[in-house]
Design a protein around this ligand. Structure first.
Ligand SMILES: [Zn+2]
Length: 466
């Protein structure tokens, strides 16, 4: 054997229990403390399967890590100062990129404006946390030959152009190291372009398993080549077809059946029902991963879906599911790929309250009890399964809370099902890949906020040790 782990609590995420786990050639082989090249004494800590984050924007996150991260700014001025500081360290004509500002966390409660950034001579582009909106400063507008200081939705491809001259490999490395610190051993990623696939190809087998949802724009090429969901191996695999139906609640572009608070707009649908039907038909029998946040968007997905449970079609986010959607979601066999992290905005007085005039929960408990499969992802807001699990157990509306074990399953066992990989990962069972996380404590026993990732193991190799 190559590795044996013992003397801890082992949460196999199955009915069976184990006292020790032995690994050979990257796979789980035995549940005994047998002689091995490397022996890890868990010292009473808790071993779980590696986290599978079902919704990431991995390279963008890496970009954020290697550029100006605004996610933890406490007010608007702090965001401006960080961008100014980076500009002062950057050559005059080079871009300064900011990521993840969130005005709902600032006392000002307003978007960053081009005028706020007018004092910076470098071109600046600062993306809002939801990735559906960005602001440019005057120099940035000039550099892109644009009149308006805000970029929305499809205009955001300008940002990927700006990013093109940044170092992608460096961004990947930054994101990978965070993944290992957070216990993430697999991701389901959603890049905007095929270039990212080539990057992953180059960085393959770097101790992270990647399931890559490809944008609908490459559907024709995929069909011509007969490329299908599942193509690849346990390290890099083609996933579903990512299709957008609407935007985000923060940017007021999620498609609702009612107007946003103090606004006329009900958000927007990217496609007509007819267009959506034709895209979904074209994508079939590949898996589809359809971004739908507002109830009107979810309605469109279920109206236009092609029946076929074997495709394991997914709705990404699925935030405002209504009761009358539930029977159809079940009938179509749709999986809901949800983000417990978003509870950070749904409490009374939070962003959703601002947008809707009422606090509104992702109804995870209701949906689970209805028997709808839910898988969890972070959407990199923040990139931390433990944070999400904590949020799920502390949802603002008590009746929607999940237990720690339910939330943990959605980040491991259930998550493996979403990529058709339940035979090789998601639980600690013989024959499965040896991807593990060592947690400081048992999530069944202590408050999740006090638990730390102590060690991450991918394919039997320790990739992170606290
Ligand atoms: Zn996303």
């Amino acid at each position: 054997m190559d590795l044996v782990l013992h003397n801890g609590t082992i949460l196999t995420m199955t009915e069976k229990s184990a006292n020790a786990v032995a690994v050979c050639n990257g796979r789980i082989r035995k549940f005994e403390r047998v002689p091995a090249q490397e022996e890890i004494d868990l010292e009473g800590k808790t071993l779980i399967p590696g986290f599978i984050d079902c919704h990431t924007h991995f390279v963008s996150m890496g970009m954020r890590l290697s550029n100006v991260d605004l996610s933890d700014t406490r007010n608007l001025q702090e965001a401006v100062s960080r961008l100014e500081k980076r500009a002062s360290e950057t050559e005059r004509d080079r871009w300064v990129l900011g990521f993840s500002w969130d005005e709902s966390m600032w006392p000002e409660r307003r978007w960053l404006s081009p005028e706020d950034l007018a004092g910076i001579e470098n071109p600046v582009c600062a993306m809002r946390i939801d990735g559906h909106m960005a602001v440019l400063n005057p120099a940035g507008k000039k550099a892109l030959h644009r009149e308006e200081g805000y970029l929305f939705e499809e205009d955001l491809f300008y940002v990927s152009e700006i990013k093109a001259d940044q170092d992608l490999e460096q961004a990947f490395e930054a994101a990978l190291s965070l993944a290992h610190r957070e216990g993430v051993t697999s991701i389901h990623d959603n890049p905007m372009d095929i270039k990212t696939f080539l990057l992953y190809q180059k960085m393959k087998s770097r101790d992270l398993r990647i399931y890559i949802n490809l944008p609908a724009s490459v559907l024709d090429a995929m069909n011509q080549l007969n490329l299908r969901t599942g193509f690849g191996d346990e390290w890099l695999r083609i996933g579903g077809i990512k299709i957008f139906t609407d935007g985000s609640i923060g940017a007021k572009t999620a498609a609702l059946s009612f107007p946003y608070r103090n606004e006329e707009t009900k958000g927007l649908l990217v496609y007509s029902d007819q267009e959506m039907t034709s895209i979904l038909e074209k994508a079939h029998p590949n898996q589809t991963a359809v971004h739908a946040i507002g109830d009107r968007a979810i309605e469109q997905v279920i109206t236009c879906s092609v029946p076929g449970k074997e495709s394991r079609n997914r709705i990404e986010h699925a935030e405002l599911v209504r009761d009358h959607h539930i029977p159809t979601i079940k009938e179509l066999g749709l999986l809901l790929s949800m983000q417990p992290n978003f509870f950070q905005w749904s409490h009374p007085g939070g962003l959703y309250d601002d947008r809707f005039g009422t606090g509104l929960d992702n109804r995870m408990r209701t949906l689970t009890e209805a028997g709808i499969p839910i898988v969890f992802g972070s959407d990199c807001m923040p990139f931390s399964p433990l944070y999400g699990i904590e949020q799920a157990t502390k949802a603002p509306f008590e009746e929607q809370r999940l237990t720690a074990m339910e939330a943990l399953a959605m980040y491991t066992r259930e998550a493996a099902y979403a990529s058709f990989e339940e035979d090789i990962k998601g639980t600690i069972e013989k024959g499965k890949v040896a991807d593990f996380v060592v947690l400081s404590d048992d999530p069944r026993e202590v408050d999740i906020s006090s638990i730390k990732v102590e060690m991450t193991i991918v394919g039997g190799k320790v990739v992170y040790r606290q």
